[in-house]
Ligand binder design. Structure first.
Ligand code: ZN
Length: 467
């Protein structure tokens, strides 16, 4: 009899393994944080003392991997109205936030973000950079909630949008190196990557040297790229008319160990480069839509996937998406590209789930131990309840999950075999106390920043009764 700590039984298990097996009903057994057994039907006889979790026919899938989440900005969620342009928001950050945000703000914001992600079925995230000073406030919050986070400070040396963000190349590299040394990839929940702002905010020297640091540490270089048409135009002008990723190819940084976030524009030549290099892309549909970037109208995301490029999903931040709920990105990925390309399926429900799991694992450099339910992999999984109308009738439970219920049915979440969410509530933190602290912390922070969000339907904009 195999040793077991916990077993999920009577579940509809979406393994996301190479054969995409669906075990219905199925079971998943966990020992020492790893998946020790899984199979169809009922499990073999169980050792005494094992904790049995009866899924009652609910879905069980690998923990979702959000490959772009600026977690440290949790306290300023929805503080800036969507009427502002991207440039105006950058100015707001430049003028008000830099130099004023404290460690405790970043810690509390990250707690809120991680609790939200856990409750929505996300067990791992990647932060391209939101911590302004150092990683400890973020790393400690990640561990407190109990999910995984690949984290970075926000680094750039040519940030024209927010000049005060720019640091000399050597300072950026020193910050990255310090993070990599302090939080190496291993058994801890938080580990560091090399994160750059990108978006023309990093010189060629910084991109090249940060990539070398990432390679040395065995973690990805993670940076924004080709978010806006203006950024792409500026990059093309700098490269004498060539595509942005041709510039990266010149630098020798395009390989499996880089994740390009957004890529709202991507030429056929760039698709070929990515396909040959095996690089990962993180698509953030909500961020593109929120800022009218048109990334869902170009048709390149389905083409990247068809070419074999691992395209993962991200939620982005507090005002570039506004919710750390990857099931919303899954829904958008499985719908907006049908609209954008006027073809069906473009991206179907199965492919959208692959983006949020196995492609996500690849994008954080963890395809060997995360992203699917297979014996030997880390036991990060999500169980959905069946008590919501959106999950019924269960004629096609996967369609219910992607198009109907999304995260509303998340009941239990395991990370490394530990229940971090049970009955829809986080187990390691006092959620009610956290929410009260976050509200207080946000009020304090906005006061410190001398910023008040404008009222909705301000008098000047209010339509008359006859309109
Ligand atoms: Zn971002």
């Amino acid at each position: 009899m195999e040793p077991l700590d916990l077993i999920v039984v009577n579940a509809r298990v979406l393994t996301m393994d190479p054969d995409r097996r669906v075990l219905a009903p199925g079971y998943v057994g966990v020992h020492k944080g790893r998946i020790a057994m899984l199979g169809e039907g009922s499990p073999p006889s169980l050792p005494a003392g094992v904790r049995v979790v009866d899924a009652a026919g609910g879905l069980c899938h690998p923990g979702l991997i959000d490959t772009h989440a600026h977690v440290a900005w949790g306290l300023v969620r929805c503080a800036v109205p969507e009427q502002l342009s991207e440039e105006e928001i950058f100015r707001l950050f430049d003028e008000r936030m830099l130099g004023r945000v404290r460690d405790e703000d970043e810690h509390l914001g990250t707690l809120l973000a991680c609790a939200e992600m856990a409750m929505n079925g996300t067990t791992c995230f990647a932060d391209t950079g939101s911590a302004l000073h150092h990683l400890a406030p973020t790393a400690e919050a990640v561990a407190a909630v109990g999910i995984r986070g690949m984290i970075s400070t926000l680094n750039g040396d040519t940030v024209v949008q927010v000049p005060a963000l720019s640091l000399p190349v050597d300072s950026c590299l020193a910050r990255i190196e310090e993070g990599l040394q302090r939080y190496p990839l291993g058994d801890e929940l938080a580990w560091a990557c090399a994160g750059l702002l990108g978006m023309e905010g990093a010189s060629d020297a910084l991109v090249r040297d940060a990539k070398a640091l990432a390679d040395g540490a065995g973690v990805p270089l993670n940076l924004h790229k080709s978010f806006s048409p203006d950024e792409v135009a500026a990059c093309r002008a700098r490269l004498g008319g060539r595509d942005p990723l041709e510039g990266f190819d010149d630098l020798g940084v395009l390989d499996r160990n880089i994740t390009l976030v957004h890529l709202n524009r991507c030429s056929p030549r760039e698709i070929d480069l990515l396909t040959a290099a095996g690089s990962s892309v993180c698509h953030c549909p909500a961020a593109s839509m929120m800022y009218a970037m048109g990334g869902s109208l170009e048709g390149h995301v389905p083409r990247l996937l068809a070419a074999g490029v691992p395209v993962a999903l991200g939620t982005d931040s507090t005002h570039w998406g506004n919710a750390w709920d990857l099931t919303r990105a899954i829904y958008l990925a499985a719908t907006v590209h049908k609209e954008g390309t006027r073809t069906r399926p473009a991206i179907d429900a199965e492919l959208a789930l692959e983006m949020a799991t196995i492609h996500g694992a690849r994008a954080v450099g963890r395809e060997h131990d995360l992203g699917s339910l297979e014996v030997g992999k880390r036991a990060d999984l999500v169980l959905h309840g069946t008590g919501r109308p959106e999950a019924h009738p269960a004629l096609d439970p996967i369609a219910n999950l992607v198009f109907s219920a999304q995260s509303k049915t998340v009941d239990t979440v395991l990370v490394e075999g530990n229940e971090v969410v049970r009955g829809g509530r986080p187990t390691r933190i006092d959620l009610d106390a956290l929410l009260a602290r976050a509200d207080r912390g946000a009020r304090d922070l906005l006061q410190l920043l001398d910023y008040r969000p404008p009222r909705r339907w301000a008098a000047a904009r209010r339509p008359s009764r006859t309109e």
